[in-house]
Design a protein around this ligand. Structure first.
Ligand code: ADP
Ligand code: ADP
Ligand code: ZN
Length: 212
């Protein structure tokens, strides 16, 4: 089962990707996490993408496509994968199709812009494994520490309110069109994102025809 998770920043893609990974035993591929890792490791890719990410802008399509094409060829993707945060432009979607990356369901997690700022100001992510938490909606067992790996929880630089507003604008301008693209292909599944994490997860499982 090959899935794409679509949605504005803060819609809950990362949170749902982690849950679906457990449930479906297929890997979650987050381009955002891969790029942040490249920055943390000081690689050439990391140096190239840092300014875009810090500014809330999209990283050029060719860079994204090469890392995704490479990743989905890995042996752990044989039974499927979850793309979290990619594709994000029409060009990326078309290129994935052209490369023969098959997609079964595109889950669009819908959320009003007004809800997003509160989600972002409360978001904390694990510096080690990238797990996503929220100080009130999804707190870790021990403040500041990742439940999964014990890593330190940090605030993402691009979660500053001004950058969040920029990212939202980019979402509406460049990414939202993908809903039409995948609706035409009969693959779009709309999910209400403004509900509990568990509720959204159940709706996704139903929408993709998986056991709840
Ligand atoms: P969020 O899940 O909050 O929307 P991500 O972690 O997916 O954030 O992305 C963070 C940043 O990484 C984006 O603002 C962008 O700069 C870059 N990025 C991630 N995925 C892509 C992509 N598919 N295309 C272009 N840029 C991307
Ligand atoms: P995305 O990957 O789409 O940017 P995340 O999964 O990182 O979004 O979620 C953004 C923030 O909102 C995180 O702090 C997360 O814990 C929180 N969150 C995710 N889903 C929900 C939900 N259904 N209700 C409340 N908070 C949520
Ligand atoms: Zn962790």
């Amino acid at each position: 089962m090959n899935l794409i998770l679509l949605g504005a920043p803060g819609a809950g893609k990362g949170t749902q990707a982690e849950m679906l990974t457990q449930k479906l035993s297929i890997p979650a591929i987050s381009t955002g996490n891969m790029l942040r890792e490249a920055i943390a490791n000081g690689t050439a890719l990391g140096k190239e993408v840092k300014q875009y990410m810090d500014g809330g802008l999209l990283v050029p399509d060719d860079l994204i496509l090469s890392i995704v094409a490479e990743r989905v060829k890995q042996p752990d993707c044989t039974n499927g994968f979850i793309l979290d945060g990619v594709p994000r432009t029409l060009a990326q979607a078309e290129a994935l199709d052209a490369k023969g990356v098959r997609v079964d369901h595109v889950v669009s997690i819908e959320i009003d812009d007004a809800v997003i700022e509160g989600r972002m100001t409360g978001r904390r992510v694990c510096a080690k494994c990238s797990a996503s938490y929220h100080i009130t909606a999804n707190p870790p067992a021990t403040e500041g520490t990742c439940d999964q790996c014990g890593g330190e929880l940090v605030i993402r630089k691009d979660d500053a309110p001004e950058t969040v507003r920029k990212r939202l604008q980019v979402y509406h301008e460049s990414t939202e069109v993908l809903k039409d693209y995948y609706a035409k292909a009969g693959k779009l599944r709309i999910i209400e994102g403004n509900q509990s994490i568990e509720g959204a997860n159940r709706d996704i499982l139903v929408a993709i025809g998986a056991e709840v």
